[in-house]
Ligand binder design. Structure first.
Ligand code: FDA
Length: 528
């Protein structure tokens, strides 16, 4: 007994207290141990900060360099799963060892929320989930979340010239985040959003259950089609319906600057663009350019279009509906639909293999905001807007103004969570970019002033915004702890309008403990 009391028990207590302290002080080590117990050779898919590949794996898909500075919080580990069971294990171990999980597909989140967090976190990077299987007979494709839109477009085009998919313009955006938030692109007026074409999905929820459309039920299936990523679970793959495209399409660009009546033509465009035939998508890109007077700058409105048909049909159509544009044959080029994606991405249209290059675009720091405009702006309003591009901090600023109408008008606001449909003339995506970190303040201030200027023209009762271009200025969840419905409504209603309430209800059902969360994820009603 004495032996037990004086030798064994103290010894045991020391061991227990040391391992207890370890538990308390080394959640990192326990997280890794947890992964290694559940995944064979887990070290081959896990990158912790002392791993030589950690920086390259982390930076591989950071598309906003605003969030890759030395002071940006870094994940404890990045896990690049190869199997569904790896995803289940990562969820289990993060949950049990107190790490927040950030899911990353293409890494284009404009607020960096797929790879930055203010609390201890790990990244689940779906870079190895990038299969694209196209079934031309049934006009569908299964695409994994870590594939890019470019890989999907390429996968379709390498099998058929008569099918396409209506998703975003930039070919490096990830399917996972893009489809989770909507996905508008050059086929949008003809067919609607990428998310309107999802017909099945495979996801893993917070309890590690693998769900498909049938097993998840129609509520959850509704929510993941535009209700935002990193809220309901990890979507591993999507089954999408492809859409018909002609073998030859026509693209055009007409540039007009302030000295060439850009303001007047833009004013006219707003009255016409949403009423044009669904086969014709047009957009206006506004940016600062060199003027013809040496050393001076001007502002250019670049009128761009995609017509699902040939030049000979397009020219008379525009000459009748929008003669002010002065569209001429030399402004137009015929090409395949898949080449038109590259054209809108301001890239060479050949070889189309560029679509497979995830590094084809320069990476800068950026801040974005969005608006949905229902009433045409006055000519003086447009002039004021364009003149703001002559201010400081606008060297890499662009506003992409994209016509709505067509199919977008026909889809009900509550069909999927993305609610911005009937009656919208155009979506404005304001982007300001910079190269040197010290310009960040100047550029972001300019963006906020531009947004404030546009408040007179944006939807009056509720200033709506597009979730796929997150804007944390609109409000955020509390970093640690409970966020009330009222608090989240401030930004939630802007993104989702009346669909926000249903999203909260579904979130409460599927993830009541709020395991999947980020600054603007949907909060459950009674999160801890
Ligand atoms: P990322 O990997 O950063 O994920 C974005 C969000 O979704 C994060 O919250 C993330 O956690 C979550 N998420 C990612 N994968 C998930 C998964 N598998 N399961 C659950 N959650 C997941 N939009 C548009 O509609 N049309 C366009 O033309 C463009 N063009 C464009 C160009 C550029 C240069 C940028 C930076 C952005 C766009 N966008 C856009 C916006 C784009 O659609 C949006 O940023 C997408 O969320 C990007 O998806 P990623 O997978 O690349 O991002």
């Amino acid at each position: 007994m004495k032996f037990l009391q004086f030798f064994v028990l103290p010894f045991l207590m020391v061991i227990l207290s040391v391992s207890g302290a370890n538990l308390a002080r080394h959640p990192h080590r326990d997280f890794l141990r947890c992964l290694s117990l559940r995944i064979a050779n887990s070290s081959t898919i896990t990158y912790v900060h002392n791993n030589p590949s950690y920086p390259s794996v982390l930076n591989a898909s950071i598309h906003n360099t605003r969030f890759s500075t030395p002071t940006t919080p870094k994940p404890y580990a990045i896990i690049t799963p190869r199997k569904t069971s790896h995803v289940q294990s990562t969820i289990y171990c993060s949950k049990n060892h107190g790490f927040q999980l950030r899911i990353r597909s293409g890494g284009h989140d404009v607020e960096g929320v797929s790879y930055v967090s203010q609390v201890p976190f790990v990244i689940l990077d779906l870079v190895n989930f990038r299969d694209v299987k196209v079934d031309t007979k049934n006009e569908v494709a299964w695409v994994q979340s870590g594939a890019t839109t470019g890989e999907l477009y390429y996968g379709i085009a390498s099998k058929t010239q008569t099918l396409g998919f209506p998703a975003g313009i930039c070919h490096t955006i990830g399917i996972g985040g893009h489809l989770s938030g909507g996905g508008f692109g050059i086929l949008g007026r003809k067919y609607g959003l990428a998310a309107d074409h999802i017909i099945d999905a495979k996801m893993v929820d917070a309890n590690g259950r693998v769900l498909h459309r049938k097993s998840m039920g129609e509520d959850l299936f509704w929510a993941i089609r535009g209700g935002g990523g990193n809220t309901f679970g990890v979507v591993l793959a999507w089954k999408v319906k492809l859409v018909p495209v002609p073998t030859v399409v026509t693209v055009f660009t007409v540039n007009k600057n302030l000295e060439q009546n850009a303001t007047k033509i833009f004013h006219r465009w707003q009255h016409i663009a949403h009423k044009l035939p669904n086969e014709l998508f047009t957009a206006v890109w506004v940016m600062k350019v060199n003027s013809s007077q040496v050393g001076k700058k001007t502002v250019q409105a670049s009128f761009k279009g995609l017509f699902l048909g040939r030049i000979d049909e397009l020219i008379p159509l525009i000459q009748y509906a929008f003669p002010e544009l002065g569209l001429a044959r030399e402004n137009c080029t015929q090409m395949s639909w898949v080449q038109s994606v590259l054209y809108f991405g301001a890239l060479p249209t050949e070889p189309v293999e560029i679509l497979l290059n995830r590094n084809a675009l320069p990476r800068l720091s950026l801040k974005a905001k969005t608006d949905y405009i229902r009433e045409p702006m006055s000519e003086t309003g447009i002039e004021g807007f364009m003149n703001m591009f002559l201010e400081e901090g606008t060297d890499f600023a662009i506003t992409m103004i994209e016509a709505f109408g067509g199919k977008m008008d026909e889809i009900r606001e509550n069909e999927i969570p993305f609610p911005h449909r009937s009656g919208i003339l155009f979506e404005s995506v304001y982007i300001v970019q910079w190269i040197n970190e010290e310009d960040a303040g100047l550029c972001i201030n300019w963006m906020r002033r531009l947004y404030s200027y546009m408040s007179s023209y944006a939807s009056k009762s509720l200033r709506a915004a597009y979730y796929n271009y997150k804007d944390l200025d609109l409000g955020t969840n509390n970093i640690n702890g409970y966020t009330s419905y009222e608090q989240a409504s401030v930004w939630g209603l802007k993104y989702f309008k009346n669909n926000f309430k249903r999203l909260v209800r579904i979130k409460t059902m599927i993830d009541p403990m709020n395991f999947f969360s980020n600054e603007q994820s949907i909060p459950p009603l009674l999160s801890p």
